[in-house]
Design a protein around this ligand. Structure first.
Ligand SMILES: *Cc1c(COP(=O)(O)O)cnc(C)c1O
Length: 414
């Protein structure tokens, strides 16, 4: 594997205040700004350091199992009767999703900064499990803040985190869910920012996290570009990825942003209905606002408070979105579209039946948009999808809410 496909964390930089266009920044009290500046300074130094790059690359290859393959989904493509579908198989990573990519980077940074502990919030528990894994790997303590309702609902992930040695802290304030967990984790972090590091779970939060998490995820796009060229002799015509906070999407996109011939789609969760607000399609329906220390498109009420959001895929239900995505929307480099719960569920079964790959419900949103549009394209067209994770975690939920019999009596592929 060439250097370009493994090292090289040098992507588009935000400005010196941490903005991508109008979005991002550090909308924080001064003491937190200085903590973030310290993390930025350490990161900027470390990312040029060959020991750090080599250690990260070693773990990516021997621990995560990188590079993840690019797979030509021939039966799915044939069934769609249009564009050829390719999958970047992030579901095959250790822990079953792309989140391990940035968690490894974050714990290595924390370790180099002499921290003893990483802390984070988690909603469904996916970020908590990935971080607990990475913390166990390098020998850091790990505290995961989780709304007490989520602790109840996500028992298997709570057990995983505990087995991995993390402390799960139930949060009993506000709505007892993700937003309150973020607030509680920030309070805990402020009490001890010297020996702990907050490890954010997507390309969101204050600068430098959107840049840093993006850089750690960019290995996906670098690999995919090289693999796709080697397989087909050209670049993909189109990329698609689901967008929650936006980390798996920006990871893939960043390998192709400088190739204007590659068309790029970010797929947001359309949920049950746009009319009743039962969705989390932030870029589609939101407007500029502030959440968790940064500026972005935001689903908000008239007072600027984040609205409750909903998606069948719990990894996608965040009312904000990464600042670089907001900028890419404004400059029209990336198109943001949506797929509904229902479309994602059908795609979940379709990929399972046609390819023997059970996707995460999050990733199924990107698949759903490809399934919906591939038939309108020529058979020479190619669509590369980031398959961000595997669907084992979603099995019980899907079978309870959309039984097999119902799928089998419907026409497949919508
Ligand atoms: C968490 C998660 C997502 C959503 O997060 P992004 O930061 O938008 O990538 C997508 N897919 C899977 C499998 C996840 O676990």
């Amino acid at each position: 594997m060439s250097k370009a496909a493994t090292g090289g964390l040098n992507m588009q930089m935000p400005d010196e205040r941490g903005y991508f266009g109008e979005y991002g920044g550090m909308v924080l009290p001064p003491d937190l700004v200085s903590i973030m500046n310290d993390i930025t300074a350490n990161y900027m130094e470390i990312k040029e350091n060959s020991d750090f790059i080599n250690e990260l690359t070693r773990l990516q290859q021997t621990y995560t199992g990188r590079p993840s393959p690019v797979y030509h989904a021939r039966r799915l493509s044939e069934a769609l009767g249009g564009a050829q579908i390719y999958l970047k198989r992030e579901d095959l990573n250790h822990t079953g999703a792309h989140k391990i990519n940035h968690c490894l980077g974050e714990v290595l940074l924390a370790k180099k900064m002499g921290k003893k502990k990483v802390i984070a919030e988690t909603g469904a528990g996916q970020h908590g499990v990935a971080l607990a894994t990475a913390a166990a790997l390098v020998g850091l303590e790990c505290d995961i803040y989780m709304g007490s309702i989520d602790v109840e609902k996500q028992a298997p992930n709570v057990h995983r985190m505990k087995v991995l040695g993390a402390k799960v802290v139930p949060v009993n304030q506000g709505t007892h869910t993700l937003k309150d967990a973020v607030d509680a984790a920030f309070v805990a972090y402020l009490q001890d920012p010297v020996t702990t590091m907050y490890a954010i779970g997507s390309v969101v939060g204050p600068h430098p996290f959107p840049m840093m998490v993006r850089d750690f995820q960019s290995v996906v796009g670098r690999e995919a570009r090289e693999q796709f060229l080697a397989m087909t002799g050209s670049l993909p015509d189109t990329l698609m990825a689901c967008v929650g906070g936006g980390s798996n999407a920006i990871g893939l996109f960043s390998g192709f942003l400088d190739d204007p011939e590659v068309e790029i789609y970010g797929v947001e969760p359309g949920g049950r209905s746009s009319a009743t607000g039962d969705h989390a399609a932030t870029i589609t329906y939101g407007k500029k606002g502030t959440i968790h220390g940064f500026e972005c498109y935001l689903l908000q009420d008239d007072a600027g408070e984040p609205l409750p959001v909903y998606s069948i895929a719990s990894g996608l239900d965040y009312p904000g979105v990464g600042p670089q995505h907001c900028h890419l929307k404004d400059i029209e480099r990336v198109k943001y579209v949506k797929a509904s719960d229902r479309e994602a569920l059908v795609a979940f079964y379709d990929l399972s039946r046609l390819e023997g790959i059970i996707p995460a419900l999050e990733s199924a949103h990107a698949l759903a948009y490809a399934i919906k549009t591939a038939g309108q394209r020529s058979k020479d067209d190619t669509i590369l999808i980031n398959l961000s994770g595997r669907g084992d975690k979603d099995m019980d939920y899907v079978l309870a809410h959309y039984p097999l019999e119902e799928y089998e009596t419907q026409k497949m592929l919508f």
